[in-house]
Design a protein around this ligand. Structure first.
Ligand code: GTP
Ligand code: MG
Ligand code: ZN
Length: 303
């Protein structure tokens, strides 16, 4: 429910969390109500998860954002030209959702996870639509489990695995990412009883589909929230981080201390411990290929 009335309790405004950011305004949750706030004249870039102060400027006809509190972090994706676009702020955990359908893009999963590592976020892999089977994904799931990435299998439709997921999400703010159609919004609907009612009007596109177009924050408890992000193919660690590709791949980073050259890029250099480990199957060749792809992408973006 969107409360447009003047908050007679506080009179002039307060602080709150940004639930969603649109072109010309933001939805702010404050004191249990949802306010639609306008942005003020200055060029404000406000994202889902921002903590803001709002008030009623005398000349305006509704509440407006006054300031943004400093962010703990800002999660961005990069567009085709390498430009960063903010998605959400003040996040603790990045949960990558995959499913048997649409067929998983494991390079995308590796990019997301690398991005989480670089931002010091906890990582989580959610294997959704368990009812459609997980056999084809098992080798990849085993690889991620072996690298200590927590994995949970769910079916948002039937409720399988949902209590376990809810337990993992307790405490902290989790950002859900993954290909369009893997069931991110369905997971939110299963976790948040009134989520559908909250988002219906916000997310339905002209054809009546429920594809998510902007990141949206749902409060699950006093210290627990979940952010539903649009399915994106272009999320990655920001390209300006020099050693980004390597640090985000935990097993490659771990072995890199044994390379002959301190600045080894693990591409063609002699004495590369990472390539030896790949040859010896100590590093999954598929993961190493993801690393190379990300590395080349950065080279391209930097040139
Ligand atoms: N079989 C099966 N289908 C599911 C399950 N969860 C979701 N779906 C279906 O998957 C489709 C996509 O679900 P959404 O929740 O909209 O997917 P999304 O990841 O939010 O997609 P975007 O918003 O486009 O990024 C819908 O048709 C759902 O009904 C599940 O557990 N099992
Ligand atoms: Mg969605
Ligand atoms: Zn090396």
């Amino acid at each position: 429910m969107v409360a447009e009335q003047r908050d007679t309790q506080s009179g002039i405004g307060g602080t709150g969390t940004v639930l969603a950011s649109y072109g010309r305004g933001v939805l702010v949750q404050a004191n249990g109500a949802t306010l639609r706030c306008a942005l003020t004249g200055r060029k404000q870039r406000i994202v889902c998860g921002d903590r803001v102060t709002w008030s009623y400027p005398p000349s305006a006809d509704g509440p407006a954002i006054q300031s943004i509190e400093p962010r703990r972090n800002l999660i961005e994706r990069i567009d085709a030209r390498g430009r960063a676009e903010p998605v959400a702020a003040n996040i603790d955990r990045l949960a990558v959702v995959v499913a048997a359908e649409p067929a998983p893009d494991w390079f995308l999963v590796d990019r997301y996870w690398a991005g989480a590592v670089l931002k010091d976020l906890d990582g989580l892999l959610i294997i959704n639509k368990r009812d459609l089977g997980t056999d084809a994904m098992q080798p990849q799931i085993d690889t991620y489990r072996g690298l200590n990435l927590p994995c949970v299998e769910t079916a948002s439709h039937s409720g399988v695995g949902m209590p376990e997921l809810a337990r993992i999400l307790e405490g902290g703010v989790t950002l859900l990412v993954g290909q369009s159609g893997v069931g991110k919004s369905s997971l939110v609907n299963a976790l948040v009883p009134d989520a559908a009612a909250q988002t219906d009007e916000l997310t339905r596109d002209v054809e009546g589909r429920h594809t998510t177009t902007t990141a949206r924050w749902y409060q699950l408890g006093a210290h627990c929230a979940i952010v539903d992000a649009p399915g994106v193919r272009d999320f990655a660690p920001p390209a300006h981080l020099v050693r980004a590709a390597e640090r985000g791949f935990v097993e490659i980073h771990r072995l890199s201390v044994n390379c002959r050259f301190k600045d080894c890029r693990h591409m063609e250099e002699p004495g590369c411990a990472v390539r030896s480990a790949v040859a010896a199957q100590l590093i999954a060749p598929r993961r190493y290929e993801s690393y190379r792809r990300l590395f080349r992408l950065y080279e391209k973006l930097a040139s």
